[in-house]
Structures are given as structure tokens and as C-alpha cells.
Design a protein around this ligand. Structure first.
Ligand code: GLV
Ligand code: MN
Ligand code: MN
Length: 412
């Protein structure tokens, strides 16, 4: 089997998809179910159809593009990632796994390989938490980690529910039907940029993921007392933003003092009301992201943060209402998928690192229902979730090649 990745085509497709964005280049913003996201989805679907794949979409907007195998009733071998992008993102996060996965399938087709198990490209809907506050909505539903009722209740910033938003985007099916039947996938592999600096530092162009760290997120609503920025004297204040500031530092401290470098915590959202320069903030809502490779340690940090919120609330005479959005378990990648990836690398003389994924991915949830693995490629300086995110075309093509080889092994 002579497998060749069309690096030029793949690079051109990544650039073409990046141009479908709500941000000025090089930034990419593609929030799920916006007109821009729908345009990008249609573009990806047309590329899949051009490759002869049979396309279907489920009620939550996951896209399945299937190359039928010799035994179409046998469990499929899956690959894929996401194309939604957080505000002011780069063009590689998720996209490398979608377009790299598509090119891996086309390379297999060109080589004359005929799969026994069907090979399916899966473009997950709503991987990023930007719109509904929780990441991996599509894969949570596919894996049954989140119930249809739970998903339908989630709301975006404008108070529109998942159900309303998806129906407006043309997805009218039943959310109950999104969950995949047992044994749907024989194996699943996601190609992704590392989103960290370790491959680059090790001068190694491939990483095989052993496990995916456990993410959690939490929203805290702080209610103080507003008033005139000139009229209310300092001893009389119950400033919600000052309380939030103290809590944010406590969050940082809780992660720093967990005793492990693997613990990370971030406050990436802070909404201030009323948001006027001459008005004391009366309400603040912050959203926290806490992760660790060790679930118990991550949960311990969350408890520390909760205690800190009570202390700060009492000291500053404000109220703090925590709302837990998600607290997921970590996942181990499947030995058989790791082995398919490792032997594909070895056969081509390509060195690889075995590593932990500190970012979360849809693979975290697909691993609950199918043997799952991930292949990482380097990104410059480890940058991701920023416009200067960059992966070299040769690294992307190498990743797609190893992916193709591994899909062939799993579906042979
Ligand atoms: C995924 O985008 C993550 O935040 O890890
Ligand atoms: Mn991301
Ligand atoms: Mn991603």
C-alpha cells in the first residue's frame, strides 16, 4: 500500500476553512451555529461528498461522513475532531483532526486500500464551551455522558436554549437519538495539535496520548451592593468585583499549592454588572476552569476554592453562589489504538513521545464507549487558543499519514 498525503491540498484546505471566520485574520472565531459556523460546516460537508463519503448529521449537529467498508454492518473505525473555534483562536485547533482525517481517508482511497470495517470521519458539534458554557456537547451526547434533557436545558448568553438554537440552525431531530448504540465504533483516533510545548522541546514530531486530563468548570455568581462611585465611602462598600478579585487570586493559589505541576486553574470569564466606570459593581459572574491528571486532586482543589469563596463572601459581606457546570473523569487511551499508532510510527521509522493530553477533547467522551486514542503533532511554542497558533505543514501531513496507516490497521 503506497500511502501519500497531499500536503499542498491539505494546507490549502486548512487556509480555506480559516477564511470562514468572524475575526480578522490571522485570528479565527467560529462559534457554534452562527451563520459563519453553518457556512464552514457546509463547506466541510461538500469536501466530504467530493471524496465520495456518505454524509449524515444528527440532531445536535454532529457530522458523520462514512467510507463504507466491505462489511458495512461491522462496527466502524472513526476519526475526527471539531471545527468550532473560541473567540480569537487560531486555525489549527480541531481543524487538523477534521481535514487531516479527511485527507487520511482520501490517501487510503488513492492507495487502493479497501477497508473491511467502514471508516468514518466525525465532525463533533460544540466542542468549545463558548456558547453553552460546557465543552464537548456533541460527544457528551454521543456517549450518553449527558442526557438529552440535560443538554436541551443549557442556555447561551442570550438565554436561548440548546434546543432553540439547534432547531433554528435546522437540526430538528430528537436529541434522545444522538446517543450511539453500543459497539458502534471498533476504534476511534483523533489527530490534534498538542496545545503545549513538549513535542517541540523534545524535537519530536509525533505524540501518542496515554491519557486525557480531567476537566471541571464552575460558575460563581457574586452579589454585592452597587452605588455611586463618588458618593459611597470606602468603609461602606460591598463591591462585588473586589470580592471577585480576591477569589480569583485564591483560585490561582489553590492550583499552585496542590503539590503537583499537573494542577491548573484559570478564570477566563468575568462579567461585571452594571459595567459603568462611575458605578460600584453590584454583580459579578466568573467562570473557572480547573484541570488535573488526578481526579481526586482536582476535586480537592475545587473544595479549596469553594471554602475560599465562603471566606471571601463573609469577609466582604457579599453573597457567592457556585454552580458546578461539569466535573469529568480523566480517560485512559485504549492499548489497541495506541499500539496501532505506535506500530505505524515504528514501521515508518518515525520517533514519537508518549504523553498526557492536558487539553480536553471529544476523545475524552468517546473513550467511554469505544477504544480511543489520540495522535498529537507539535504547534509552535505550544501556542493554542490564540491567533498565532501554528503547526507546520510537514508536521500536519506526517500526522495525517500516521493516522491513515493506523485507520488501515484498525479497519483491515
Ligand atoms: C479544549 O478546547 C480545551 O479547552 O481543552
Ligand atoms: Mn480548543
Ligand atoms: Mn480542540
Amino acid at each position: 500500500m503506497k500511502l501519500e498525503i497531499d500536503q499542498q491540498l491539505l494546507t490549502a484546505e486548512i487556509d480555506a476553512l480559516a477564511a470562514i471566520s468572524d475575526a480578522e485574520p490571522p485570528a479565527v472565531t467560529r462559534i457554534v451555529f452562527t451563520p459563519t459556523d453553518l457556512k464552514a460546516r457546509a463547506w466541510v460537508i461538500s469536501r466530504c461528498k467530493e471524496a465520495g463519503l456518505a454524509v449524515r448529521q444528527d440532531a445536535t449537529g454532529n457530522i458523520f461522513a462514512r467510507w463504507n467498508g466491505a462489511d458495512p454492518t461491522a462496527p466502524a473505525v472513526g476519526t475526527g475532531s471539531h471545527i468550532d473555534a473560541i473567540p480569537n483562536a487560531g486555525k489549527y485547533d480541531g481543524v487538523v483532526g477534521v481535514l487531516g482525517g479527511l485527507e487520511a481517508i482520501r490517501a487510503l482511497q488513492r492507495s487502493g486500500f479497501r477497508p473491511k470495517n467502514s471508516i468514518e470521519l466525525l465532525v463533533f458539534a460544540t466542542e468549545e464551551p463558548t456558547r453553552f458554557g460546557i465543552g464537548c456537547l456533541g460527544s457528551r451526547l454521543l456517549s450518553g455522558t449527558l442526557s438529552a434533557e440535560g443538554a436541551a436545558r443549557l442556555k447561551d448568553h442570550d438565554g436561548e436554549s440548546v434546543d432553540e438554537v439547534r432547531r433554528k440552525a435546522g437540526f430538528n431531530g430528537n436529541l434522545q437519538d444522538v446517543k450511539l448504540p453500543k459497539g458502534y465504533y471498533k476504534g476511534f483516533v483523533e489527530l490534534h495539535i498538542e496545545q503545549g510545548p513538549l513535542l517541540e522541546r523534545a524535537k519530536t514530531s509525533l505524540g501518542i496520548v496515554k491519557s486525557i486530563a480531567a476537566p471541571a468548570s464552575l460558575r460563581i455568581s457574586i452579589e454585592g451592593v452597587g452605588g455611586h462611585a463618588g458618593g459611597v465611602l470606602m468603609p461602606d462598600r460591598k463591591d462585588a468585583l473586589c470580592a471577585a478579585a480576591e477569589l480569583i487570586l485564591a483560585v490561582e493559589n489553590a492550583a499552585r499549592s496542590s503539590g503537583a505541576a499537573d494542577t491548573v486553574a484559570t478564570v477566563g470569564v468575568c462579567d461585571v454588572f452594571p459595567g459603568a466606570v462611575n458605578s460600584i459593581p453590584s454583580q459579578v459572574r466568573i467562570t473557572l476552569d480547573i484541570r488535573d491528571t488526578d481526579r481526586a486532586r482536582r476535586d480537592g482543589v475545587m473544595q479549596t476554592i469553594e471554602r475560599a469563596s465562603q471566606t471571601v463572601a463573609a469577609k466582604r459581606q457579599v453573597s457567592m453562589q457556585p454552580e458546578f457546570l461539569n466535573a469529568d473523569a480523566p480517560a485512559d487511551c485504549a492499548p489497541e489504538v495506541r499500539e496501532a499508532l505506535a506500530s505505524s510510527c515504528r514501521e515508518r521509522g518515525l520517533p514519537f513521545l508518549e504523553m498526557v493530553s492536558r487539553a480536553y477533547h471529544d476523545s475524552l467522551f468517546i473513550s467511554r464507549i469505544a477504544p480511543t486514542g489520540m495522535l498529537f503533532i507539535p504547534c509552535r511554542n505550544g501556542y493554542s487558543h490564540r491567533p498565532d497558533e501554528y503547526a507546520a505543514p510537514e508536521d500536519i501531513a506526517r500526522g495525517a499519514l500516521v493516522l491513515a496507516e493506523s485507520l488501515a490497521k484498525l479497519s483491515g
